[in-house]
Design a protein around this ligand. Structure first.
Ligand code: FES
Ligand SMILES: [Fe+2]
Length: 356
């Protein structure tokens, strides 16, 4: 049974605290998964991730079907992992391949463990968090800054002690650039007062300042193309090399209700020799400046008042994050209905089986 499908129905808020499903989420950088199985928590689920000898990444629920030991403490056997406790081997599709301690164990050959579809792209590992295990995952499309050869990107990631919705709010809030980051290398310029507006796009919407674009952090875009992402651009000084504006494509993956892993791809439109200049400059000079900015975001977010959302006084600059919150709430309600319907049909099936 899918871990999202439980008999206790969470409230919409509790459900959102652990993140939306039926979409892909980045969970790790590629470099973090080498020979040994890796145990992680994402969307409140414990997951073991490993790489087989062909380089293919696999992901299973991190729970041995025998007595619940963490499979991530066990052994990487290529297309399967072996539990450290008594050696049960679970294949990448969740089927028990072998129970070495007993002859003819009925567990052998049964599908006991949830497996996650995996896509590795742009230096990160994405997992599909589906509600109905019988449904195919959606296609995963990336914004141009990652998908196109004309761009060059660096992945940076960090774990923040805050719920993922606050990390999303923070990116949906361009006005903080002129205050929180006013001493930074890229956000010292422009008006400190603005009117904000939003407009729909094919896969989401843009939230932007009226009358000021290309001076500071002036706009942000939300979209869902199989995964939910945020995109923005910030102008760069001329001595920061070729490629014009600096772009960020970000994802906020819930670890649990109180922790988030943020993934930011830092991108510039550069190819040929310009790409080499950008990559050299970034590694030797710019990366540190960007980490300083990100640290300012982390400090604010990790120190928000407890349950800050329950006692807010939102104003005009917050209509972007309000729109995204409404959208996420609507999607959560839809997903909870889907889970309830799935639970009902599972119950009926079980009753029918019980009555022969
Ligand atoms: S708990 Fe894993 S083999 Fe016993
Ligand atoms: Fe920021």
């Amino acid at each position: 049974m899918n871990a999202a499908v439980s008999s206790v129905t969470p409230s919409v808020e509790e459900y959102l605290d652990l993140g939306l499903r039926d979409q892909w989420h980045p969970v790790l950088a590629s470099w973090e998964v080498a020979a040994n199985p890796v145990g992680i928590t994402r969307l409140g689920e414990n997951i073991v991730v490993w790489r087989d000898d062909q380089g293919q990444v696999h992901a299973l629920e991190d729970r041995c079907p025998h007595r619940g030991a963490r499979l991530s403490l066990g052994w990487n056997l290529g297309n399967r992992v072996a539990c450290w406790y008594h050696g049960v081997e679970v294949r990448h599709d969740g089927v028990v391949e072998d129970v070495p301690a007993v002859h003819d164990c009925p567990m052998k050959g049964t599908q006991c463990i949830k497996s996650y579809p995996v896509i590795e792209a742009h230096g990160a590992i994405f997992l599909w968090f589906g509600i109905d295990p019988n449904e195919e995952p959606k296609a995963l499309d990336f914004p141009e800054q990652l998908a196109s050869e004309d761009w060059s990107a660096f992945l940076c990631q960090a774990d923040w002690k805050v719920n993922h919705q606050y990390a999303i709010d923070n990116v949906m809030d361009p006005m903080h650039g002129s205050y929180l980051h006013c001493t930074s290398h890229s956000m010292a310029e422009g008006d400190r007062t603005a009117e904000m507006k939003h407009r729909s796009t094919e896969h989401g919407f843009v939230f932007e300042k009226e009358g000021q674009i290309g001076v500071n952090f002036d706009w942000v875009e939300y979209a869902n193309t199989g995964a939910s992402w945020l995109r923005l651009s910030i102008p760069y000084r001329k001595d920061f090399g070729p490629g014009g504006e600096f772009w960020i494509v970000g994802y906020a993956t819930p670890i649990d209700a109180n922790n988030t892993r943020v993934f930011f791809w830092r991108c510039r439109k550069v190819s040929g020799w310009q790409r080499n200049v950008w990559r050299f400059l970034y590694r030797n000079h710019l990366e540190k400046l960007h980490w300083d900015v990100l640290e300012q975001d982390r400090i604010i977010l990790e120190n928000l008042a407890p349950n800050a959302r329950q006692k807010e006084f939102l104003y005009q600059h917050d209509i972007g994050l309000s729109r995204l919150r409404r959208l996420m709430k609507k999607e959560a309600e839809k997903q909870l209905k889907k889970i309830a319907a799935l639970n009902t049909s599972n119950r009926i099936e079980m009753q029918e089986e019980a009555h022969g």
